[in-house]
Ligand binder design. Structure first.
Ligand SMILES: [Fe+2]
Length: 250
């Protein structure tokens, strides 16, 4: 039977999307799940999400930038991180604190942003005017930094947008998209909006073939009602609309 690995990222406390994705991953018979971070941050269900993740012994997880922020003093947290941090037990914090920034699993490299930074977009870029664009091949290679040259598959998250790129070396860089948050705005490096335009939860599957890994992008529709209500209960319409529609701007 073909060995299949699932790749997930950017759950952001959306436990209902996570459960829908895990059910589909189990149905597809994946033997391993690689999880690229930003597990809990957001005005949703951080504790429930970590309980689900911590119970999976077939998952290898790394740390995202927001997982790092959650462990800093409460007065330093932004509003999304603050709601999540208030839900965390010591066991949750210990689990987050133990996550590595990157990992290498049988020649597959995992990072959250780029190999050297959990805050840099790898497969996308933001123009000085605030437009989000696909990053070109040479720009992607320039950011490969500490990634092992032997890695044939390099995994990243952070932009919440699915994309697969093959480099001139033959290596493939994959962003599976976001499980839990399909659109958001940010102010760094300049104000911009990221939006997949699809409220479905995203993930990827790698199937081990004779020519290397075959990669497929997947989407799972789920009932967003409870997560939308949680966002609204925390006065976060900027989360509720993306969860419901996939768009930040209408
Ligand atoms: Fe994220």
């Amino acid at each position: 039977m073909t060995d299949r690995w699932a790749v997930i990222s950017d759950v952001h406390g959306n436990v209902d999307a996570l459960k829908a994705v895990l059910a589909e991953i189990d149905r597809l018979g994946c033997s391993r799940i690689l999880n690229l971070g930003d597990h809990a941050s957001g005005p949703l269900a951080a504790a429930e999400t970590l309980n689900v993740l911590m119970a999976r012994d077939d998952m290898i997880s790394i740390r995202g930038n927001h997982d790092r922020y959650l462990l800093t003093p409460p007065e330093t947290l932004g509003p999304s991180d603050a709601v999540a941090a208030a839900q965390l037990t010591n066991a949750h914090k210990e689990w987050l604190a133990a996550l590595p920034a990157t990992a290498l699993v049988e020649g597959v490299f995992l990072c959250h942003g780029t190999p050297d930074s959990d805050e840099t977009y790898w497969l996308h870029d933001v123009t000085p005017q605030g437009d989000l664009v696909d990053r070109g091949g040479s720009g992607i290679v320039d950011l490969a930094g500490a990634a092992p040259v032997s890695a044939q598959v390099l995994l990243c998250g952070h932009t919440h947008l699915p994309r697969i790129v093959q480099l001139a070396t033959g290596a493939v860089v994959l962003n599976p998209g976001s499980v839990g948050l399909p659109a958001y705005d940010d102010v760094t490096p300049v104000p911009h909006v990221v939006q997949s335009g699809d409220p479905a939860a995203r993930f990827a599957v790698m199937a081990r073939g004779q020519q290397g890994w075959d990669i497929s992008l997947h989407r799972v529709a789920y009932d967003t009602g409870r997560m939308v209500a949680l966002a609204l209960a925390h006065n976060r319409a900027d989360w509720a609309q993306p969860l419901k529609t996939g768009w930040f701007e209408t």
